[in-house]
Design a binder for this molecule. Structure first.
Ligand code: HEM
Length: 393
């Protein structure tokens, strides 16, 4: 069966299409995209874990136009394979371990309180994305890396211009804006790196700048690419995961009532269910480094296969009533944070942010409701809303 990832009907609700794909029971070749699609939980997980599959970044051409965009990707942790990946992950993992992240709790609570205080004004409605879901992860990741507070507003536009390239067949305008954002963003982080070398702080960029200066373990391009990735990955999926989950919740009276009655009790399982039910990242690609069998299908060396995370998360052989939101679902083995060596390094941070943001929002606005139809972004790989207008009541 053929699905069109750009079809507005597919983007507005991909799950019936993905269910048909999953029903095939094995990876299916998509002629138009030139890639296998793995949709069952077992196959999609296998794609992320199998060591014969890897991330191989192919430079965009012509190289002269795409130079910065290319190295900004090829040199980042996400696009690297061992041993480079192991080295880069080792350098940043300390900053993201559970204890370091837990120590951010008071800071996250302070920002959440500030945001909610700002929203306690005479205005009856607000945009859940721009006014709440977005500022928290942006401020926290900026703080962790030591990105100046006064320039935080630059992050979201740069990030969005770059990630638009991850959708299928981007337009010329999208390409041009992505190249521009890649140049400006890398230039900015390069200058930050130099400033932190001269005048170190206690942030991650300062820490990495010292490693770079010592030589051998980290190059300047690797530092910049990995910091840009962290600044992007550190908020895009969190914003969309929160937005997707809240819209589904507010559209489901029974689940809404259950969570609003006791947000502290159900907060943590609700967040996992938000991420399972409508995953903010839907598709990740791998390339076969050698011939390999996945779900009974032979993937030849050089061929590509995609893990469809959102499709896997609706697999009825793993989840009871997969198409229903159940905020008490436990266990919840969704794969929204990926799996294998690239498993999301920010998962503890994303979980902590959401586990504070969700109950706080509900307690502050116990009558919160959607106002009109939320506006979806016209993309599949990164699935989210542009605007979600809510009424405080
Ligand atoms: C709800 C929020 C989030 C979701 C759903 C999510 C999801 C993912 C997924 C699926 C991957 C694996 C991609 C692959 O296998 O190709 C990944 C990797 C990654 N994520 Fe997240 N992420 C989230 C939040 C964050 C945050 C807050 C950070 C910031 C620290 C972050 C940083 C990263 C990094 C650096 C990688 C690459 C790791 C590697 O290559 O070893 N993510 N994320």
């Amino acid at each position: 069966m053929m699905i069109d990832l750009k079809d507005p009907e597919f983007i507005s609700d991909p799950y019936p299409f993905l269910a048909r794909l999953r029903a095939e029971g094995k990876p299916i070749w998509h002629e138009g995209l030139g890639i296998y699609l793995a949709a069952t939980h077992k196959d999609a997980s296998e794609v992320l874990r199998n060591k014969s599959l890897g991330r191989i970044y192919v430079d965009r051409e012509p190289e002269s136009d795409w130079q910065t965009f290319n190295w900004l990707h090829s040199e980042s942790i996400l696009e690297s394979e061992p041993p480079k990946h192991t080295r880069l992950r080792g350098l940043i993992s300390k900053a993201f371990n559970r204890n370091r992240i837990e120590s951010l709790r008071p800071k996250i609570e302070e920002i959440v309180k500030e945001l909610l205080d700002e929203l306690t004004n005479g205005v009856p409605s607000f945009d859940l994305i721009a006014d709440y879901a977005e500022p928290l992860p942006v401020r926290i990741i900026a703080e962790l890396l030591g990105f100046p507070r006064s320039e935080e507003r630059l992050l979201r536009p740069w990030s969005q211009a770059i990630v638009k390239m991850y959708e299928v067949s981007p337009s010329d305008l999208v390409k041009q804006e992505a190249r521009k954002a890649a140049s400006e963003f890398s230039q900015y982080v390069h200058e930050l790196m130099l400033a932190r070398k001269a005048n170190p702080g206690s942030d991650l960029i300062s820490e990495l700048a010292q490693v770079e200066e010592a030589g051998e373990r980290l190059s300047a391009h690797e530092l910049i690419a990995t910091c840009v990735l962290l600044l992007n990955a550190g908020h895009e999926a969190s914003v969309n995961g929160f937005g997707n989950g809240m819209v589904a919740l507010l559209n489901n009276q029974e689940q809404r009532k259950l969570l609003f009655r006791d947000p502290d009790k159900h907060g943590e399982t609700a967040i996992e269910e938000f991420l399972r039910f409508d995953s903010p990242l839907q598709l990740f690609e791998r390339t076969a480094k050698e011939d390999v069998e996945i779900g009974g299908v032979m993937i030849r060396e050089g061929e590509k296969i995609a893990s469809l995370l959102g499709a896997a998360n609706r697999d009825g052989s793993i989840f009871a009533n997969p198409d229903s939101m159940d905020i008490t679902r436990s266990p919840n083995p969704h794969i929204s944070f990926g799996g294998g060596i690239h498993f999301c390094i920010g998962a503890p941070l994303a979980r902590l942010e959401m586990s504070i943001a969700l109950p706080s929002l509900i307690k502050h606005f116990p009558n919160l409701e959607l106002s009109g139809e939320p506006k979806r972004r016209d993309s599949f790989t990164l699935r989210g809303y542009e605007r979600v207008e809510v009424i405080k009541n």
